[in-house]
Design a protein around this ligand. Structure first.
Ligand SMILES: *[C@@H]1O[C@H](CO)[C@@H](O)[C@H](O)[C@H]1NC(C)=O
Ligand SMILES: *[C@@H]1O[C@H](CO)[C@@H](O)[C@H](O)[C@H]1NC(C)=O
Length: 393
């Protein structure tokens, strides 16, 4: 009884020692094939006590597809006419009396890219609106996805399989055919989207003007330039003016740059850049201070007006409007008084303003002559003259 028990124990010990769990390997360890091709894997028993039973399974435990065949001894798995849903891991399960072990292999089905663009074209956007076109591509190997327009690659936001073309504010230059291209070793696929940029939209396209300097200090007699830039669509027209006064006689405006030469102290003041397009306008300001070359303390001292007239010569035809501006720099308040040299009265219909303007709506031949402006403050007065010639054409 005792010896038989001992024998059983010994026998089972021996059995354990002699019988080994199988060890298997799979050839190849991984494979990639195109759709429609065939592939096979062999599961080989490297060691372990016979008999070993071999089985193939999907790792996700789904049943093997109908185009997957197992050879008579269970070692060879063959996939004929491979399809995308054959892709995945396959597991060889080896079982003997001592236990079981598994080994897995990976099958990849290569295929040329499939591309989806959202939204599908044609895409209509308004000027100034954001544009976002998403291109998603699948494929094996993973395709590279790029956006192009008129053959030029574009900088885009790309994640693994999502390449999004984003434009913060659409302009006319963004109109056209956009092409999303996805490429891998199996092929190139392109999807085209037409982007139509429509011109009319309010606020977003109105001009926005800015000046290079909000304050400028310049010296009498010198030249100063003021720059104005403006965004907007269509491109705005830039004009310069001076607050409550015409621009100085010696000025030029070119490409948004205002240049004042031979500066006088009366040129001090606020200059306004006005950018205008059909959607609106925007103003930006530069404060110009023209200093006397010598000393700043003089500015603090009360001074008599320094007077000029703009323009100081005017050639008109009968019926034209006459417009003269008398300018005075000095301690305020300043009063202006217009007269005509050698005449007792001003022409009929002449108007003057407190700010020093002289206006005649329609001049006549007899209005030719020299006009004088006298500017007076509590310190003193000074005068300037302007010559007006009215001539028939
Ligand atoms: C694709 O990327 C864009 C920009 O990065 C993001 O806004 C969008 O949600 C993404 N789409 C998907 C489906 O991941
Ligand atoms: C700027 O232009 C607009 C439109 O032409 C006009 O209404 C506005 O008065 C202008 N501003 C100045 C300061 O000239």
């Amino acid at each position: 009884m005792e010896s038989s028990t001992t024998g059983l124990v010994l026998c089972s010990l021996l059995w354990t020692v002699c019988a080994q769990v199988p060890v298997v390997s799979i050839e190849p360890k991984a494979a990639g094939v195109r759709q429609g091709e065939s592939v096979s894997f062999r599961c080989r028993v490297v060691s372990g006590s016979q008999p070993v039973r071999l089985e193939w399974k999907r790792t996700n435990n789904s049943p093997l597809a109908d185009n997957v065949k197992i050879g008579p001894d269970g070692s060879v798995l063959t996939i004929a006419n491979a399809r995308i849903n054959n892709q995945g891991q396959y597991r060889c399960v080896a079982t003997n009396s001592a236990g079981r072990s598994t080994m897995t292999t990976l099958l990849t089905i290569k295929y040329s890219p499939k591309v989806q663009v959202t939204p599908v074209g044609p895409l209509r956007v308004r000027v100034g609106e954001p544009v976002s076109l998403e291109c998603r591509a699948t494929g094996k190997p993973r395709p590279t996805v790029t956006w192009q327009r008129n053959g030029t690659p574009l900088v885009t936001t790309a994640t693994e399989d999502n390449n999004t073309m984003q434009v913060a504010a659409a302009g006319p230059e963004h109109a056209g055919v956009w092409v999303c291209q996805a490429q891998n070793s199996e092929g190139i696929v392109e999807v085209k989207v037409e982007v139509i940029v429509e011109g009319v939209q309010g606020g977003a396209t109105a001009p926005m003007a800015s000046v290079s300097a909000a304050e400028l200090i310049a010296v009498e007699g010198k030249t100063v330039t003021m720059q104005c830039q403006a965004s907007g669509s269509p491109p705005p027209v830039i004009s310069w003016s001076k607050l409550r006064a015409p621009l100085p006689w010696q000025h030029t405006v070119e490409g948004g740059v205002l240049t004042l030469t031979s500066l006088g102290r009366q040129d001090s003041g606020q200059y306004i850049c006005n950018a205008t397009n059909i959607h609106g306008y925007s103003e930006a300001y530069t404060q110009l201070e023209v200093d006397c070359e010598y000393t700043h303390t003089q500015l603090e001292v009360d001074s008599p007006p320094y007077t000029t007239i703009l323009p100081d010569q005017l050639k008109l035809r009968p019926g034209d409007a006459l417009r003269l501006q008398c300018l005075a720099h000095g301690s305020h308040p300043i009063a202006f008084h217009w007269t005509r040299v050698g005449r007792a009265t001003m022409p009929a219909g002449a108007e003057t303003t407190k700010e020093g303007k002289l206006l005649i709506g329609r001049v006549k031949l007899v209005d030719s002559g020299t006009y004088r402006c006298v500017a007076t403050n509590h310190v003193g007065s000074s005068e300037a003259t302007a010559k007006v010639t009215v001539k028939a054409a």
